[in-house]
Design a protein around this ligand. Structure first.
Ligand SMILES: O=C(O)CCC(=O)C(=O)O
Ligand SMILES: [Fe+2]
Length: 279
C-alpha cells in the first residue's frame, strides 16, 4: 500500500531529489515517515512537477506541524499561512543573503516548504548550506570555544526600517513587528532535536553579536563563521523549474536566493512550520 519513495542524494552532505510522490494528495503515514526521515538525513528535499494550490501547500505543511504566520511578508489570498514572494523591478528580491528563516523568534521554524510558481527564463537559483557539515568541518578547539556561547538574533537586521516606509500602513505594520519581536538569544551550536546531530546556528541575515565577547571579538568570529558556511562543499544549488517544491529543515540549514534575474519576474509560495527552542 505504502509505496517506497525514490530518494536520490545530490551530494554527500546536503540535498536529495524525491520522486514517486504526489504532494498535492494527502500523504499516507508510511509515506510521511519516509519523507520525514529523508528530510532529517538530507536536510533539504526537492520535487519536480508538483502543482500545488495554496490550500494544498498549507495542508502538506500542516503534516509537519503548526504553521507560522509571518509578521511582514504578503500572504496568498484567503490563505494567511502562505507567504507570496513576488519579485520584479518594483519589488526587488532581498533574500540574496545567507540566512535561516525567522531566527529572530525564541522558537525559530523547524522547516519550510517553497513552491515555484513563476520563474525567470534563467537565474533565480536557490542555494542551501548544511550547518551540520559546517560545524563538523571546524577544528576541535574551535568547536569547544563555540559550544556554550550564545548569539543575539535581531529582526531589524534583515528587515530594516527604511525598507518599510512605502505607506503609513506598511510602516505601522513594521513598527508593530519590531515591538513584538525584540532581539533573542540562541546557542551558536544547536543540537537537532530528532537526530541529535550538532549544527552551527548563526546566520548573516539575523545574527548581530555573540554574547560575552567584546564587539571586536564578536565581529571577527561572526565574520569568520558567516564566510565558513559559504564553502561550496557544504551546499546544494537548485535550478528551479515551474512547480518544483523544496522542503527544508530550517533547524540546521541556511539558504541564499540568487537575485540575478531582474527585470524578469519570479513568484514563489512559502509555508513555514513552527519549531521549538534551540538547545
Ligand atoms: O525565493 C527563494 O528561493 C527563497 C526565498 C527565501 O529565503 C525563503 O523563502 O525563505
Ligand atoms: Fe528564507
Amino acid at each position: 500500500m505504502n509505496e517506497r519513495l525514490t530518494i536520490t542524494a545530490l551530494g554527500p552532505y546536503i540535498g536529495a531529489l524525491v520522486s514517486n510522490l504526489h504532494l498535492s494528495r494527502p500523504l499516507g503515514d508510511g509515506q510521511f515517515e519516509q519523507l520525514y526521515h529523508a528530510l532529517i538525513r538530507h536536510q533539504v528535499l526537492f520535487f519536480r512537477d508538483q502543482p500545488l494550490t495554496p490550500q494544498q501547500q498549507r495542508a502538506l505543511a500542516m503534516r509537519f506541524g503548526d504553521l507560522h504566520i509571518h509578521p511582514v511578508y504578503p500572504q496568498a489570498a484567503g490563505v494567511e499561512e502562505i507567504i507570496v514572494l513576488d519579485t520584479h523591478n518594483d519589488n526587488p528580491p532581498d533574500n540574496d543573503n545567507w540566512h535561516t528563516d525567522v531566527t529572530f523568534i525564541a522558537t525559530p521554524p523547524a522547516g519550510a516548504i517553497l513552491a515555484a510558481k513563476q520563474l525567470p527564463e534563467t537565474g533565480g537559483d536557490t542555494l542551501w548550506a548544511s550547518g551540520i557539515a559546517a560545524y563538523e568541518a571546524l577544528s576541535a578547539p574551535l568547536k569547544t570555544l563555540l559550544t556554550g556561547l550564545q548569539a543575539e538574533h535581531d529582526f531589524t537586521k534583515a528587515f530594516p526600517e527604511y525598507k518599510y516606509q512605502g505607506s503609513e500602513e506598511e510602516h505601522a505594520r513594521w513598527k508593530k513587528a519590531v515591538a513584538s519581536n525584540p532581539p533573542v538569544l540562541h546557542p551558536l551550536v544547536r543540537t537537532h532535536p530528532v537526530s541529535g546531530r550538532k549544527a552551527l546556528f548563526v546566520n548573516e541575515g539575523f545574527t548581530t553579536r555573540i554574547v560575552d565577547l567584546t564587539r571586536k571579538e564578536s565581529n571577527a568570529l561572526l565574520n569568520f563563521l558567516f564566510a565558513h558556511i559559504t564553502k561550496p562543499e557544504f551546499q546544494v544549488r537548485w535550478r528551479w523549474q515551474k512547480d518544483d517544491v523544496a522542503i527544508w529543515d530550517n533547524r540546521v540549514t541556511q539558504h541564499y536566493a540568487n537575485a540575478d534575474y531582474l527585470p524578469q519576474r519570479r513568484v514563489m509560495h512559502r509555508a513555514t512550520i513552527v519549531g521549538d527552542k534551540p538547545y
